[in-house]
Ligand binder design. Structure first.
Ligand SMILES: Nc1ncnc2c1ncn2[C@@H]1O[C@H](COP(=O)(O)OP(=O)(O)OP(=O)(O)O)[C@@H](O)[C@H]1O
Ligand SMILES: [Mg+2]
Length: 415
């Protein structure tokens, strides 16, 4: 096996509440990503996106990485890993500096200083900065600037989206990966990673909300004018839906999960009244015949609750009416029948289910919303790696993302 010292190999590791997924890709000469290995394992060491058992998480990480590594014929050394959980918080803030040069032409140094100025704003010692994502620069009275370098002015202001997480919870993820024998190249907010895989640049420019509904968490990210405007993570996901079905039908969890996936629907309105399913109940009681519509009536309120939360988040952050591209739902729980109808009912916006895009190679195996985060982590890694090489950066990265990587390094040094 070749060592992944090879700069072209990039590994995305999604440690989710229900599964760990490892994706190995090869960065092509044109800056694309060729998937060469995928591995997964059942995750039992997490609750609602947070590690609660390091040992079982280590095992699951090893298993998923081993599987992907064998498929790819590559030995994994380092990974890009995701982070989620309700301890993760996103907020918009800004900083301002005077343009330094005599002739008042903005340089890279000025851009670095203004972004750096954000870190002088207080971050509590128990929290660490995961991302600083520039939204826009304002030079004197001129706003909506994406790349201010080379422009003339006196005062440079940066509006940024900052994502922070609990130091302890972040360390739990890092420790689980390191104990499994891998180095963590970077930690990435899970919905930010998923958005790399499922959103188009046009959607991000026009305005879009992506909702990744996993097993234990629902992650929200809002883009507008190409930048991140809002992120949040809520501890509700597909496992609650399964739980509701189990309680509603008095069926064991495994049966409820199977029923949800095979016959469940998030929208009762379109279910034929006459369709029925056989349900195995808890204990030795005889099987029960249940109308499919009843199952949908159990699932629908929970799915509505999730999208009502999304609606509130949009309203509270002034993004209501600013997402004409609508909603992109992804994550395993977006596979439920009737998802489009329930989203349209609650949010009254256009909707599509997001499958990983922008990759070659083992596309068929990765072709599920469940793999959006893992594929997105590999895509994020590919961009970060090719960012060091001249030429590729301009192809793959907007000017804001180039700044992002530098800023992350400064913050890592500081906090
Ligand atoms: N066909 C399907 N219909 C409905 N739900 C499904 C289907 N397939 C998978 N799911 C649900 O998707 C959820 C798992 O999704 P996913 O793999 O994205 O979660 P995860 O990444 O492990 O968790 P998280 O991101 O919350 O930490 C489970 O609750 C599962 O029941
Ligand atoms: Mg997930």
């Amino acid at each position: 096996m070749a060592k992944d010292e090879n700069e072209k190999i990039v590994v995305g590791l999604d440690i989710g509440t229900t599964k760990v997924c490892c994706v190995i890709g090869e960065v092509t000469d044109s800056g694309g990503l060729n998937l060469i290995g995928i591995g997964h394992s059942i995750s039992r060491g997490l609750k609602k996106g947070i590690v609660v058992n390091i040992e079982t998480t280590v095992e699951a990480v090893r298993k998923a990485v081993d599987e992907a590594s064998r498929m790819a014929g590559v030995e994994v050394g380092s990974v890009y890993a995701g982070i989620a959980g309700s301890h993760v918080k996103g907020l918009n803030t800004e900083a301002v500096v005077a343009v330094a040069g005599k002739n008042k032409e903005v340089t890279n140094g000025d851009v670095e200083r203004v972004i750096e100025a954000v870190k002088t704003q207080s971050v509590p010692p128990d929290r660490e900065v995961i991302h600083i994502i520039p939204q826009e620069f304002i030079l004197d009275d001129q706003d909506e600037i994406r790349a201010p370098v080379g422009m003339y002015g006196q005062r440079l202001r940066a509006k940024v989206h900052v994502v922070t997480a609990s130091v302890a919870r972040t360390q739990d993820i890092i420790r689980s990966i390191e104990k499994a024998g891998y180095f963590v190249e970077d930690i990435v907010l899970q919905p930010y990673a998923s958005s790399e895989a499922v959103l188009t640049q046009d959607e991000k420019e026009l305005g879009v909300v992506m909702v990744d509904i996993g097993g234990g968490t629902t992650d929200i990210i809002v883009f507008s004018e190409g930048g991140v405007k809002h992120t949040s993570v809520v501890a509700v996901g597909g496992m609650q839906v399964t739980n509701d079905v189990a309680i509603g039908l008095r069926a064991p969890i495994e049966t409820a999960e199977e029923i949800k996936k095979s016959f469940g629907s998030a929208f009762a309105g379109t279910i034929n009244e006459t369709e029925e399913i056989r349900v195995k109940l808890i204990g030795d009681r005889p099987d029960r015949i249940v109308p499919k519509r009843i199952v949908a009536e159990i699932i629908q309120p929970r799915m509505e609750e999730i999208f009502e939360f999304v609606s509130q988040e949009l309203k509270m952050n002034g993004m209501d009416g600013k997402v004409p591209s609508g909603v992109v739902v992804t994550g395993g729980a977006s596979l439920i029948l009737g998802i489009e109808e329930v989203v349209e009912k609650v949010l009254k916006l256009p909707v599509r289910v997001g499958y990983p895009q922008g990759i070659n190679g083992l596309v068929e195996i990765a072709n599920s919303p469940m793999y959006a985060t893992a594929v997105g982590l590999a895509l994020y890694g590919a961009k970060a790696k090719s960012g060091g090489k001249s030429g590729l950066r301009s192809v793959n990265k907007g000017p804001l993302e180039g700044v992002l990587n530098n800023v992350k390094k400064w913050f890592k040094e500081l906090f």
